[in-house]
Design a binder for this molecule. Structure first.
Ligand code: GMT
Length: 390
């Protein structure tokens, strides 16, 4: 198959999933064309079956902001025609699904091109449902020939918010369990961060408010009252500074290391003893899956899609959002009980390998594409009268 993939190229789960999917598809013999404003950060275009198409925009004094979405749609249409795409796969509905629709209207190959959209989370729960985007998000979902969501939570949420007149399939996120794997000998750099017997807690996120990175710092402070530990903070974003202020206020700033954005986090995960994800919103929690695959138990919250991934009591613990004391208590339990830590590490690794390995999940996308290609293009039924006029 020839597949076009459009995604955000910056650090973030949806771009990672789109990139890893494209690279796996190429390994499995498909031709993959990435279309975005810059090269997705995890993309290693080592195969001749991967092409990256950069969306470029003309600037003009009249534009308050250069209209990226139009340039993207035009590029999508151009690539669809030149490469002879079968599938155009939009990751993160806003604006990619609508751009894909527009591209198909423009493409000469419109009769053969099929549109697939994968919903990732905030494109539904936060951004897409905002009044300013709502009608177009719904339109993009309805005009796609196939729609997937990364968790059942997200599927249900999409139905609740948009009542789309179509089915949504759930295909969970996946991980390369070969790359994200435990290293029993431990990476050599562990000693660079943790002195002596200090245990390593890790948090990876975009430091937006909903990630509650400050909770991770508060958990560390509580843990340190019982056992020596440090916290590695990977990523960057709006609440990074605030979390540092909290660390200073609690007197643990020397024990919190900010590592910034990193392209490859497997080394960091391999030296971690516990992963902390205290999010208020998480439709899936890809970073938690990468930790689990590396054999690192996760302390997370009961928010949104996390209970679909983390089995509380087996692969870590889930507690209500904001229950810092509860999360710290569980963290201490895992860090101070060698047998519990080992059994949770094993269970985490097993669940990742058995349920979420790329080798199992990527074929589900291939089958989904094949089903979509067999069907005639999806034409949604006509809209009823505007609300209030029925
Ligand atoms: O978590 C974010 O704010 C980033 C966002 C993204 O689109 O990059 O992540 C969403 O997609 C990830 C990949 O499918 C999921 O693992 C995250 O749970 C999801 N984030 C939220 O739902 C908040």
């Amino acid at each position: 198959m020839k597949v076009g993939i459009s995604c955000y190229p910056s650090h973030g789960g949806s771009g990672v999933v789109a990139t890893e999917l494209g690279m796996e598809l190429a390994l499995r013999g498909h031709e993959v064309h990435f279309i975005s404003y810059s090269m997705p950060f995890r993309l290693k275009p080592l195969s001749e079956r991967i092409v990256f198409h950069e969306v470029m925009m003309a600037s003009y004094p009249l534009f308050q902001f250069p209209p990226y979405t139009l340039a993207l749609a035009a590029k999508m249409a151009e690539v669809a025609d030149e490469a002879g795409l079968d599938i155009l796969h939009a990751h993160y509905a806003v604006p990619h699904a609508v751009c894909a629709y527009l591209a198909r209207q423009v493409a000469r190959s419109r009769d053969r091109l099929r549109l697939v959209t994968t919903l990732h989370g905030t494109d539904i729960t936060l951004v897409g449902s905002d009044q300013s985007f709502r009608s177009l998000t719904r339109f993009g979902i309805e005009q796609s020939d196939g729609v997937t969501a990364v968790s059942d939570f997200l599927r249900r949420k999409t139905v609740e918010v948009f009542t789309p007149r179509r089915d949504i399939a759930v295909i969970p996120n996946f991980v390369d369990t070969g790359r994200y794997a435990p290293r029993p000998e431990g990476p050599s750099c562990r000693g660079r961060y943790a002195k002596g017997g200090e245990r390593i807690l890790t948090h990876i996120s975009n430091f937006r408010a909903s990630k509650r990175a400050t909770d991770a710092v508060r958990i560390l402070a509580a843990v340190r009252r019982e056992t020596p530990a440090i916290l590695l903070m990977v990523g960057d974003g709006p609440e990074r500074t605030l979390s540092r202020e909290v660390a200073i206020e609690l007197g643990v700033d020397r024990h919190v290391r900010y590592l910034g954005q990193m392209d490859a986090v497997e080394e960091i995960l391999a030296m971690s003893d516990l992963f902390i994800l205290p999010s208020a919103n998480e439709s899936f929690g890809l970073a938690a899956l990468e930790a689990m695959s590396t054999g690192v138990p996760v302390i997370g919250t009961t928010a949104e899609g996390l209970p679909e991934l983390i089995v509380s009591g087996e692969t870590g613990y889930l507690l209500p959002v904001g229950d810092i004391e509860g999360m710290a208590r569980r963290a201490i339990e895992v860090l101070t009980d060698v047998r519990l830590q080992a059994s949770m590490a094993d269970a985490s690794r097993r669940l990742a390998v058995e349920g979420y390995d790329a080798g199992t999940v990527v074929p589900r996308y291939e089958r989904f594409y094949a089903e979509v290609l067999e069907r005639p293009a999806f034409i949604p039924p006509p809209l009823g009268p505007p609300e209030g006029l029925a």
